[in-house]
Design a protein around this ligand. Sequence first.
Ligand SMILES: Nc1ncnc2c1ncn2[C@@H]1O[C@H](COP(=O)(O)OP(=O)(O)OP(=O)(O)O)[C@@H](O)[C@H]1O
Length: 334
Amino acid sequence: MNNLNFNHSSNLLIDSCYSTSNGEVRGVFFVQTIFEAKGLTQRYGSSLVLQDIQMSIQAGDIYGFIGENGAGKTTLMRIIAGLVFPTRGEISLFGKSGKELRSARRSVGFLIEVPALYPHMTAQQNLTFYSRVFGVDDASRIVEVLEIVSLREVGDKRVSEYSFGMRQRLGIAIALLNNPKFLVLDEPINGLDPSGIVEMRKILEYLAKEKGVTILISSHILSELQLLATKFGFIHKGRLVKEISSEELLKSAASQICVRTPKPVEVMHILKEKLNIATVALMNNGEIQIPKDSMELEKLMTFFLQQGIPIEGLHLSAPNLESYYMDLIGGRVS
Ligand SMILES: Nc1ncnc2c1ncn2[C@@H]1O[C@H](COP(=O)(O)OP(=O)(O)OP(=O)(O)O)[C@@H](O)[C@H]1O
């Protein structure tokens, strides 16, 4: 039995305020909590799919949700959508929980897995159908959402003629029909070609920046999430193991020493044999990467000098989401 309660007033956090010299209070800004999970736990038979998740998403966030296959991302999104009822714990949307969730969900747009489209119907007809399902009676909204996802010109084409990328965009258009303040997108860029990924990024950036839509997005394409998201949540075996902002990611320590040498294979061999560094890797660009915590940079340079190893370049890798994730899951980040 779940006995967690949300303090509804806590969904408004004072971000900053200041007073003038005459004591007048000005500039009070509020940050609204759009989504919150408290102690969220999901069990299927004997397997714990989500374990005691505490998570919150603030207005304006593009929250990148990251985790291996089966980590529990879709399950959490399905709970937000009301498709799965959690075993324990509670969620709130816009500060509303319990029985009020149903009405709160009307301000949320979902694209979970692939969109359910009718291929023999046009995009407009699909949107008309979903407008009726969602109770949206403003016909002009169909034109607006087609415009947002750059499908207005082809809105009268049958969906069977659409490419995969166009279908994904139509899925976003459907999720936008009810003018949501919060979008929940489960792997929307999965399977898209590079131009489709860029197009999707532009749409999501537009929605976040111009329309003030808060977004929760999962993806395995970490380089893309790094470009898009303002905050990252890492889920591993059903536990939310870390949350960081994009600024914190950029400030995080570089994790690899990158070495450029004309004899990479020989140098790798020497590093493994003489310095006992087992995890040295040869990258596609010909550089050798050595985990930064395996040896101090100065000692490594001295070693190269002493051994007479020719070095053309040596630098620290820029912090990036992929290596941060690998370090985190490998236990090197706390
Ligand atoms: N209805 C269900 N019944 C039993 N097990 C389920 C059910 N739904 C999901 N699972 C299991 O829960 C675990 C988490 O699945 P989930 O789809 O949430 O992971 P995910 O992080 O979204 O993975 P992926 O990146 O592969 O989409 C998996 O082991 C999955 O097999």
